[in-house]
Design a protein around this ligand. Structure first.
Ligand code: T4K
Length: 380
């Protein structure tokens, strides 16, 4: 019901058999037209219009959070979150993420300090954070990698002891729940991504989850050039606003989210059954979430598998299955980061090992069981 009209889908013969690591789950185009008509009629295209307000309200309800500020994308959200909390100096973060995490620090003139990850969760290892704290440290920026929660309590305890802020890169964590509710309520701020490749997409988009209205207001000033009113600019803000087009799509997308999640869950289960007996392939486990979002399906290709990780990657691609090695290379391997003392290989043994072993298998609501089985046959 939510798939686009098949008659409108023009598939090249080759594309028809290609399986990508992800594909966006879009509503029926006809269902979006009335939303577009409203925008056309009102001529309100951006700057906090009615769909923007509606999506903020609906997301608060759906996610179980109190205050939210929509953004044009997660990266601008991360840059703005750091500005909002006036973070400077050094920030402790993970090398095992998409490069936007650390880039947001460099855009603020902040030095990233990489700390190794936990081999079970692939998230920042709290037991290694304290050793990386210096007098210049002002914050921790962990990532809920693949939507699996960080050890939020241990991280908060360290932050409280040393007077540090915590900004979660929650790009993967839309809809993830833990025993106390939404994982997005932990830390000082959490930043979501609604990119085309994410479980909830508005084409491009993102949001910051805020603890209170005052912080949200500061963030709203910052995302609108710093304007507090027509005559007052309170900070060197940026243009991080989400347009009405993206917000309207978000309102419609939310209606199909539960259905999307159920389909992802079924694919996750099918992979786990199919890979259970395959020697040398290890599936990542959930890490304490009470509600998972099945955003990614990472496997580790271990030494006792019959092929190396890169040979399996190539074999899958040769079979028209476009898997990805998220997150290889590590952020700390890129030219702007590799000179940092914390980027030293000896400092990041676990992250290096996982990055050498990981493959993210395709997972998205439109992936059919027979396609999952095709992927499993190539691996098994
Ligand atoms: N923090 C973390 C932890 C993140 O993972 C990300 C983004 C961010 C921050 C920043 O969020 P945003 O500023 O983007 O909101 C993709 C995404 O571009 C990126 O958003 C995402 N993380 C990252 C993990 O993955 P690529 O380079 O792998 O994307 P691409 O274009 O190769 O797409 C992968 C596959 O998805 C394609 O093979 C086919 C499919 N696809 C992609 C797009 C863009 C579609 O079917 N339709 C599309 O429009 O980075």
């Amino acid at each position: 019901m939510r798939r686009a009209d098949p008659a409108l889908q023009i598939l090249e013969p080759e594309e028809a058999s290609t399986i990508y690591v992800t594909r966006p789950d879009l509503p029926n185009l006809d269902d979006f037209i009335p939303y577009l008509r409203k925008i056309w009629d009102s001529k309100i295209l951006t700057n906090g219009g009615p769909f923007h307000q509606e999506l903020e309200q609906r997301l608060c309800e759906a996610l179980g959070v109190k205050y939210i500020a929509l953004f044009a994308n997660c990266t601008i959200g991360l840059v703005t979150a750091l500005q909002a909390l006036r973070i400077s100096g050094e920030v402790i973060t993970t090398p095992y993420s998409f490069v936007a995490t650390a880039n947001s620090l460099l855009w603020n003139g902040i030095k990233p300090v990489f700390v190794d990850i936990d081999p079970a969760t692939f998230n920042l290892d709290p037991s290694k954070i304290e050793a990386a704290i210096t007098p210049q440290t002002t914050a921790i920026m962990p990532v809920h990698c693949y939507g699996h929660p960080c050890d939020v309590k241990a991280i908060q305890a360290i932050a409280d002891s040393y007077g540090l802020k915590v900004i979660y890169d929650a790009a993967h964590a839309f809809g993830v729940g833990c025993e106390s509710g939404s994982i997005l309520n932990y830390g000082d701020l959490s930043v979501l991504s609604f990119h085309a490749t994410k479980v909830f997409t508005t084409f491009e988009g993102g949001a910051i989850i805020c603890p209170d209205e005052k912080t949200r207001q500061r963030i709203n000033f910052l995302k609108n050039f710093g304007f507090a009113d027509e005559e007052t600019v309170v900070a060197p803000g940026i243009n991080g606003k989400m347009s009405e087009f993206n917000a309207a799509l978000g309102v419609l997308q939310l209606q199909g989210f539960d259905e999307s999640l159920a389909k992802r869950k079924a694919i996750d289960a099918r992979y786990r059954v199919g890979l259970a007996g395959v020697k040398g392939i290890k599936c990542a486990q959930q890490t304490g979430e009470t509600v998972a979002n099945y955003a990614y399906f990472p496997i580790l290709v271990q030494q006792n598998y019959l092929l190396s990780r890169d040979s399996l990657y190539q074999k899958l691609r040769d079979n028209d299955i476009h898997v990805r090695r998220y997150f290889y290379p590590l952020i700390s391997e890129f030219s702007m980061y590799r000179g940092l003392p914390s980027a030293a290989h000896t400092n990041l043994p676990v992250a290096r090992q996982i990055a050498q072993q990981v493959i993210c298998l395709p997972i998205y609501p439109g992936l059919r069981p027979d396609q999952v089985d095709r992927i499993l046959r190539v691996i098994s």
